[in-house]
Design a protein around this ligand. Structure first.
Ligand SMILES: Nc1nc2c(c(=O)[nH]1)N[C@H]1C(S)=C(S)[C@@H](COP(=O)(O)OP(=O)(O)OC[C@H]3O[C@@H](n4cnc5c(=O)[nH]c(N)nc54)[C@H](O)[C@@H]3O)O[C@H]1N2
Ligand SMILES: Nc1nc2c(c(=O)[nH]1)N[C@H]1C(S)=C(S)[C@@H](COP(=O)(O)OP(=O)(O)OC[C@H]3O[C@@H](n4cnc5c(=O)[nH]c(N)nc54)[C@H](O)[C@@H]3O)O[C@H]1N2
Ligand code: SF4
Ligand SMILES: [Mo]
Length: 883
């Protein structure tokens, strides 16, 4: 395979290498790149389904201005003209860019340079504010630079792996697979999972600490005190390489284990077990992500973790370090180019010295001199009429920002909204005056940096569709039309990369962690053939560098690290009698963010097909909610509808809802419309994991499912959820008001003309309808009082191959398979499409473990993401084994 076919996965920050093979008929086969250091050939279910997300349905393929399709010249002129007009009239602070950790480094560099260096305001922020901002503050305060010390191998080599606020099994599956394998090979390794709820990640935990939401800082603070009292500190390291030791140790004095246990709502013995593991384990890695960062005290939580690692000397050596794992494929690249409003570029800030240096390098006419608005502030300033023009690229803020209804409102009243997108319709793009079609994964060329500082290439293997163009090109063209031609005359992304690399080394002299100056002289050919490399890449580390701080030298002026006294605090918004439950939010295994790509793949929607609200069975019972009922969640900011899922692993008093669903996939499921815009004072990162809410039953009069060949918008005024199916439209629906005449209702909302209808009237006004045309099934509709129990694969199968015999047709009308086999149930293994019921049958038929299930049904043998669910099913159903 040629290098041109090696690229990088566009999803999570693990940054797996992907090998792409194209056959002569244009089909694309995707597999893990065995030569890539991040994954060594592995892929998770999302990565392996990439080939299924490449079709052009729903893509934005032409520029649009005020609803008209136009050519690029007109679109670019309009963006430049309208932005220039606002700047002329109201000054540069009245315009803003909102970017994304899914842009490539080259795109990101140009966006940042245009806004900060040439428009002259620092109003460019990114969705990384919602993701990494607290981790950045934590590292900068401790190390004097935003430098992730670790590499993935450290996780494999550690004796103790602490996963806190991270559902690694679902959100970083290949790192999780590497951990599972390492633990199998080194049984002495211990794993501690810290998360208020029981997640799939807990499957390999020796100890799960289901702490009170938001209380992590107390646990790490108490651990530091305990180690100090039990001779667990590395005093030699502290003496030589750290400041702030005394103040920090003084600040932990009050955190005796009993107080920690009380504050965190954990049994004392579990707290002590954790502390003991710290004492007895030689090397530890703490892997942390959104359960730590997305908090009103996220930055302090990061420093509480880093304090512990510094004090214990567990940093800068194999198997040790505080490891903030990044979410997006290029979250790290964004940090390197200065994508956050409070950074300048190449790890420089807004000191006079840095401003002067970057201005000389860019030869910029009027560089920004102070930090700009961060993400939450930016949309608030827009609502207040201060920001009058925004350009959003590669992110969907009407869904993903807190207080999302207010964000939507701000966008509605903003005089100029430009959106660069790959999809024609998203909740945000719907509100844009100008839409610019961007190249997507597989079409665009550039570089990304993963969680372990590894820079690799995303490569194009598909031709640009329609009029879509690269984000860097769009930005450069607009810059030229705004009069900054000379500084934006790029002809190829490699030129941008070289400039970025040169800036990283410019007057650096070892003062800034990010330095890839050795790559600056690269020409286009070298860049095209780049192989993965971990920064820094400079004279000291010509081949890159796996692990930082092995020499005990940090980036503060005196070369020392800084311990920081931390005061543990609980989340800012507490529950109240009116809003008595805590809403925790996050990811599911098979969806990516606002679903613009994964929502297209039918097999990725079979694991979880609707927005859901996971709750403890007792909390549910007290509210009169049964499993699978529809519930309404509300906060002072907004409301949503979701399907209740009762689960004893959920902490009492907390509920969990996924962040993914939005206006394109469900009626009322944007979880962020409930999240208050409360942020960390140091990082500006929102507290997305903690919103006081009320949950109540959403009583339904009917529930239904419809499958049809035509593409039809769902009826308004009801609950609906769209499930991706190949070539079909599939809605799950429910309504509160009775429908008098179902046939009339169907006719009003769905195209029934010319169909021959076969119907079955059921008790309690239930109705099943199959619509036929020329022997082909066109529509299948099932409505009942309660959610109809259907064999979805069998129904889908009938669309592909129409049933011919009488009994087969009757089975379809009943929503069952014709063979008499049980329904497949929810898809547990998405790679091989193995349903829950087949797995249960195999367990009852004698499969004892995941390995045997894999041999019989193939489930769990590819990406392994479903192994924890397989184990749970085995635990639950082994008792009913047929002797
Ligand atoms: N499948 C999938 N994978 C993804 C993504 C995706 O959309 N889908 N997105 C990527 C991105 S951008 C990101 S940022 C990462 C995020 O990756 P993660 O951070 O692993 O994902 P989340 O599900 O947001 O949150 C992690 C966990 O934090 C827990 N948590 C909540 N409150 C607390 C608390 O107070 N303390 C502790 N210790 N834990 C708490 C939640 O219960 C949840 O299980 O995932 C990346 N990977
Ligand atoms: N409640 C709650 N809210 C959260 C979170 C949470 O855990 N809980 N997590 C937060 C986190 S960590 C994150 S990272 C955000 C993610 O939230 P978003 O960034 O809003 O989510 P995405 O769906 O990834 O949005 C990316 C958009 O860019 C488009 N796109 C894809 N590729 C390209 C490209 O090459 N160019 C351009 N121009 N566009 C492209 C996609 O179609 C999509 O519309 O959500 C945050 N919001
Ligand atoms: S682990 Fe992340 S980077 Fe790797 S294949 Fe899965 S989604 Fe892609
Ligand atoms: Mo993220």
């Amino acid at each position: 395979m040629t290098a041109a076919h090696c690229t990088t996965c566009p999803y999570c920050g693990v940054g797996c290498g992907v090998a792409v093979e194209k056959s002569s008929d244009g089909a694309v086969a995707v597999s893990g790149d065995v030569a890539h250091p991040a994954n060594q050939g592995r892929l998770c279910v999302k990565g392996s389904a990439l080939g299924e997300t490449l079709d052009l349905t729903g893509r934005l393929l032409q520029p649009q201005v005020d609803g008209r399709t136009v050519g690029w010249d007109e679109a670019l002129d309009q963006v430049a003209l309208r932005f220039s007009r606002v700047i002329e009239q109201y000054g540069p602070q009245a315009v803003a860019f909102y970017a994304s950790g899914q842009l490539l480094t080259e795109d990101y560099y140009v966006a940042n340079k245009l806004m900060k260096g040439f428009i002259g305001a620092a109003n460019i922020d990114t969705n990384s504010r919602l993701c990494m901002a607290s981790a950045v503050v934590g590292y900068k305060r401790a190390f004097g630079g935003d430098a992730v010390p670790c590499c993935y191998e450290d996780i494999e080599q550690a004796d103790l792996v602490i996963l806190t606020g991270s559902n690694t099994a679902w959100a970083h599956p290949v790192v999780y697979q590497r951990l599972v394998k390492a633990r199998r090979e080194r049984p002495q390794m211990r794993v501690v999972v810290i998360d208020p709820r029981e997640t799939a990640t807990c499957d390999i935990a020796d100890l799960h600490l289901p702490l009170r939401p938001g209380s992590d800082a107390a646990l790490f603070t108490g651990a530091l005190r305990w180690l100090a009292q039990h001779d667990g500190l590395d005093n030699a390291f502290l003496h030589r390489h750290a400041n702030g030791v005394e103040e920090t140790l003084a600040a932990v004095a009050d955190w005796a284990p009993e107080r920690v246990a009380d504050f965190c709502g954990l049994p004392l013995k579990d707290v002590l077990a954790f502390f003991n593991l710290l004492k007895t384990s030689r090397d530890w890695v703490t892997l942390y992500s959104m359960g730590i960062n997305q908090s009103s005290s996220g930055a302090d939580k990061c420093n509480a973790i880093i304090n512990l690692h510094l004090a214990g000397g567990r940093i800068g050596r194999p198997g040790s370090g505080p490891f903030s794992i990044t979410g997006q494929p290029n979250a790290m690249g964004g940090r390197e180019v200065g994508g956050l409003a409070n950074q300048l570029a190449a790890h420089m800030g807004f000191s006079d010295e840095d401003i002067d240096r970057v201005q000389r390098f860019w030869q910029s006419p009027g560089i920004a001199r102070q930090p700009g608005l961060n993400a939450v502030e930016l949309f608030q300033a827009m609502a207040a009429g201060q920001v009058k023009a925004v350009w959003i690229m590669g992110t969907n803020p009407a869904v993903s920002l807190p207080d999302a209804d207010a964000v939507r409102q701000a966008l509605k009243q903003c005089p100029l909204v430009v959106v660069s997108e790959v999809m024609a319709v998203t909740d945000t793009a719907e509100l844009a005056h100008i839409r610019l079609p961007a190249l997507a994964w597989g079409e665009k060329e550039g570089s990304v940096t993963n969680s372990e500082r590894c820079i690799s290439r995303q490569r194009a293997f598909l031709p640009p569709p329609g009029e879509a163009r690269a984000d860097w090109w769009i930005l450069s063209q607009v810059a030229q039309r705004m009069g900054y031609g000379a500084a934006f005359g790029y002809r190829h992304p490699s030129e941008i990369f070289s400039e970025h690399a040169a800036l990283s080394g410019f007057e650096n002299n070892g003062t800034r962690a990010f330095d890839i100056s050795l790559l600056a002289p690269w020409d286009r050919e070298r860049w095209l053939h780049m192989t993965p490399v971990q920064w820094p890449v400079n004279a000291r580390h010509p081949g890159g560098c796996r692990r930082l701080f092995g020499d005990g030298r940090f980036f503060h002026a005196d070369g020392k690290a800084q311990l920081l006294p931390v005061t543990p605090r609980l989340p800012q918004n507490a529950v109240s009698p009116r809003y008595p439950l805590v809403l925790n939010t996050g990811r599911i295994r098979d969806q990516w963010h606002t679903m613009t790509r994964t929502g297209k793949a039918a097999r990725l929607m079979r694991h979880l097909s609707e927005p859901f609200c996971e709750m403890h069975p007792q909390d549910a019972a007290e509210l009169g909610i049964v499993d699978n009922a529809l519930v309404r969640l509300s906060s002072p900011h907004g409301w949503m509808l979701a399907r209740a899922q009762c689960h004893p692993g959920q902490r009492r008093g907390s509920v969990f809802a996924p962040m993914h669903w939005n206006g394109q996939f469900t009626a009322q499921g944007r979880v962020d419309s409930l999240i208050p815009p409360v942020v960390d004072a140091h990082s500006g990162q929102p507290e997305s994991k903690h919103a006081p809410v009320r949950v109540s039953l959403w009583p339904t009069n009917w529930q239904a499912e419809i499958f049809l060949r035509a593409e039809v918008a769902p009826p308004v005024g009801i609950y609906w959820s769209r499930v991706a199916q190949d070539g079909l439209t599939h809605y799950i629906m429910a309504g509160q008001r009775p429908v008098e005449d179902w046939q009339e209702w169907l006719l009003r909302h769905f195209p029934l003309e010319g169909l021959t209808l076969q119907t079955a009237q059921l008790a309690q006004r239930g109705l099943h309808v199959i619509g036929w045309r020329q022997g082909e099934v066109q529509l299948a509709f099932y409505v009942r009082r309660q959610a109809p129990l259907l064999d979805r694969p069998a129904i889908l199968g009938a669309f592909a191959q129409p049933p011919v015999s009488g009994p087969q047709r009757l089975a379809l009308l009943a929503g069952r398979g014709a063979t008499g086999q049980p329904a497949a149930g929810a898809t547990i293994c998405s790679c091989f499409g193995v349903g829950e019921n087949r797995i249960i049958a195999a367990i009852q038929g004698g499969c004892h473990n995941a390995g045997e299930l894999g041999e019989r049904l193939q489930c769990g043998t590819n990406c392994g993401s479903c192994l924890s669910e397989l184990k749970k099913l085995i635990q639950r159903h082994a008792a009913q084994r047929v002797a």
